[in-house]
Design a protein around this ligand. Structure first.
Ligand code: ZN
Length: 505
């Protein structure tokens, strides 16, 4: 066993270098989105491409192969007596090595460069509402993504290969069937809601001072337990969370004077991601296991705090007086229940990031179906704007008048993130299922949050989800925490219960 231990130790040293290079790249990217002067964009793209190339080279370094061979057994079938952390480390590092060894460095750098150019083209095309200027870039990116998928799994389904980067183990056909059931359930609920009376919400669209929004947002992040000694909050065009090291997990947000809830919910959402990253087990430090096990699970953490907590009645029962004190003129005469109902108003809309909890998943289902067709080639890039409008009309009953608010609204495809979108909706489903397990153990959230005990919630999340990092696959984690595989019925039950109250259904 000594020899095996030495081999694993050396593998961990190699992995520590890969992990550090990843964090350094993340720092370059974080800076680009927050403080970098606009003129630096081209050189920064070259710096990031170089780092990605180095990162890739360290992942496929020949030493990995000889060390895996030295172990003397198939790492995907580790001996039973091996401790679970080492077994998971071998499983994950071997999987990564096996995959990346098949991808030429040239393709990695091509992808980094082309997606960087495509992103700037997207920014401009979106501003000018000119899809034809963006289309050739999108075409290039899709071709490179297909090439990547072919390199990794020559005989596999290309979309499944891409999806595996974000939601390991999931397949397009599994997700399609989960989404079909979800869409039917949501449609039924949405129709009932829209036949009722919408709550008055005009007070949410008044102008709210941004520095006061920031004060309140930080207060809520602190309430949740986000540690600013190991993280910080800055502004960026698109809110995100990034990990620059085990003790440096940063979040960003954006504020809009006229959309007070949007800024606050971004603060809560990103802090939810941040808590997951800050809660990784000490024994995973500096390894590839100190990471979210999938984007769907990551999103379950952010959405749990944003929606299950941040848009709940009990959260506002607890916080509304403080909030009202900051904005007395805006909210005079508005009671907690009116505020809560307004914060949960359901309205089919064109923009994903501003969607309510009921209609949100439709935006994802549409993107999932379209991106599958783009990757398979069933849908041509030139046909995308029309297909987008048809899909919105069919699922939400509205459709955009321009492509800026249509198929060009999100950054994802421009940077090659195909297979990423479904994880947002999976996050909603996981969050609902985890909440049931949590309440079984610690009691109803309505009591806990009502008493201001967010740390009780965080402790449960830490123990059951955060500390495990990638030790469990997403499916194993779900079974481990809830005793069952993912089932969309819990999310639908949650929404049906909540909206019965909001809309008096
Ligand atoms: Zn998120």
């Amino acid at each position: 066993m000594n020899q095996v231990n030495n081999t694993i130790k050396r593998l961990k040293e190699l992995d520590a270098t890969v992990t550090r290079l990843g964090h350094i790249t993340a720092l370059l990217e974080w800076d680009q989105e927050t403080f970098m002067p606009g003129g630096a964009v081209e050189d920064r793209a070259a710096q990031i491409a170089l780092m990605m190339g180095l990162h890739h080279e360290k992942i496929v370094d020949g030493e990995w192969e000889s060390l895996f061979a030295q172990l003397g057994y198939d790492v995907d079938d580790s001996p039973k007596e091996m401790n679970p952390i080492d077994a998971a480390f071998l499983r994950e590092s071997h999987k990564r090595w096996k995959k990346k060894i098949r991808v030429p460095r040239e393709l990695v750098e091509n992808l980094a460069r082309e997606t960087s150019l495509s992103q700037s083209a997207w920014v401009k095309a979106r501003k000018d509402d000119d899809f034809s200027a963006f289309a050739p870039h999108l075409e290039t990116v899709i071709n490179l993504e297909r090439e990547y998928a072919r390199a990794v799994a020559p005989d596999g389904d290309a979309y499944d290969t891409l999806l595996d980067e974000y939601e390991p183990g999931a397949t397009g056909s599994q997700i399609a069937s989960v989404f079909d059931g979800l869409a039917a359930g949501l449609r039924e609920l949405m129709d009932r809601i829209l036949s009722g009376t919408a709550p008055e919400a005009g007070f949410l669209e008044k102008s709210y001072d941004i520095s006061l929004q920031d004060v309140f947002g930080k207060k809520i992040q602190a309430f949740m337990g986000y540690d600013t000694n190991r993280g910080r909050l800055d502004l960026s065009a698109h809110p995100f969370t990034t990990t620059l090291g085990p003790d440096d997990v940063r979040v960003t947000t954006r504020y809009d004077e006229n959309l007070v809830l949007s800024g606050l919910l971004s603060n809560i959402h990103e802090a939810g991601h941040g808590l997951y990253e800050q809660g990784m087990g000490e024994n995973l430090r500096g390894t590839l296991l100190a990471d979210g096990t999938s984007l769907g699970i990551h999103e379950s953490q952010s959405r749990f705090w944003e929606n299950t907590v941040g848009r709940s009645r009990v959260f506002w029962d607890f916080w509304y007086r403080d909030f009202q004190r900051l904005f007395p003129e805006h909210l005079s005469g508005v009671g907690t229940m009116s505020f809560y109902r307004a914060a949960n108003r359901v309205q089919p809309s064109l923009i994903r990031v501003d969607a309510d909890e009921v209609t949100y998943s439709f935006h994802i289902i549409i993107r999932f179906r379209l991106e599958q067709a783009l990757i398979s080639g069933d849908l041509k890039v030139a046909e995308l704007p029309g297909a987008w409008r048809d899909a919105y009309q069919e699922l939400l009953g509205i459709s955009p008048r321009n492509d800026a608010d249509g198929c060009m609204q999100d950054v994802h495809w421009s940077v090659g993130l195909f297979g990423y979108f479904p994880t947002y909706a999976l996050g909603n489903l996981y969050a609902a299922q985890f909440t049931i397990a949590m309440e079984d153990e610690i009691g109803p959230l309505s009591t806990i949050i009502g008493e201001g005990r967010a740390e009780t919630v965080l402790t449960w999340l830490r123990k059951n989800i955060h500390v495990h990092g990638r030790v469990f696959s997403p499916d194993d984690l779900c079974r481990h925490v809830t005793g069952k595989p993912l089932d969309p019925v819990h999310f639908l039950d949650y929404l049906n219960g909540k909206y019965a109250e909001v809309y008096g259904l």
